[in-house]
Design a protein around this ligand. Structure first.
Ligand SMILES: [Zn+2]
Length: 233
């Protein structure tokens, strides 16, 4: 009887710790942000679909152009140190299917950005506090939740990027997905990218032809864990 009592106390203590664990992590905007590997691992124990997949060895022929690891981006600052491309399992699986379809067309995926630690979103906002160009940290971004990806296509034979309406992070109308006054080739490449990604469950952002995300973003927590910590786990 005494033994059972201790077990009960132990269970109550653990439950209360788990509740605190979430309360503690609400940030200045009232958002829940998980900022340790332990917190993230706790969520994947409860729901394995939340696992972040390293895309490097998972997506056939994947290439990267990390603008945010250089000064050649809209903030003119180096934002990433040795980034790794991660997406939640569900998004990674869909991207894998899209990559197979692209491969059959002789094309490969080139990634500009995938999972982005929340701290970087805040930093981007500090430099450029304009919702037309950067995600407002009060809302968080699909990138912070691990279900958004920025990408283009390249030719598997020549290695050259396909011609697209604009470069990455061009914030003009020309980057809008309904913009039609374009070179025929640019238009065809853009629409091939968008149609194929949509076929595998991604949604394109109307103002950015390169940004794709899953509709159920809210079910994934905002994460603020740096690449190095994720790489080590
Ligand atoms: Zn994006």
């Amino acid at each position: 009887m005494k033994h059972n009592f201790f077990v009960l106390i132990l269970i109550l203590t653990i439950t209360s710790c788990q509740q605190n664990f979430y309360k503690q992590t609400k940030n200045e905007y009232g958002l829940i942000v998980l900022n340790t590997v332990q917190q993230y691992q706790y969520t994947i124990k409860k729901d394995s679909s939340k696992q972040l997949i390293n895309l490097q060895n998972y997506i056939p022929h994947i290439q990267f152009n990390w603008y945010y690891a250089t000064k050649n981006n809209f903030t003119k600052e180096v934002l990433y140190q040795q980034p790794t491309a991660y997406l939640r399992k569900e998004a990674a699986e869909k991207l894998h299917k899209a990559a197979i379809a692209f491969k059959q067309m002789g094309l490969g995926i080139k990634v500009f950005d995938a999972y982005r630690p929340y701290t970087i979103t805040k930093k981007m906002w500090q430099i450029v506090p304009d919702e037309r160009y950067a995600a407002n940290p009060a809302k968080g971004s699909g990138h912070n939740r691990g279900i958004a990806i920025d990408l283009t296509l390249y030719n598997l034979t020549t290695g050259e990027e396909l011609a697209m309406p604009t470069a990455f992070d061009n914030f003009t109308e020309k980057a809008h997905v309904n913009y039609q006054q374009l070179d025929k080739n640019d238009l065809a490449n853009r629409d091939l990218l968008i149609n194929t990604m949509q076929q595998f469950g991604f949604i394109v952002l109307p103002t950015e032809w390169w940004h794709f995300y899953l509709p159920n973003a809210e079910q994934y927590e905002i994460l603020d864990i740096d690449f190095k910590s994720l790489d080590e786990n």
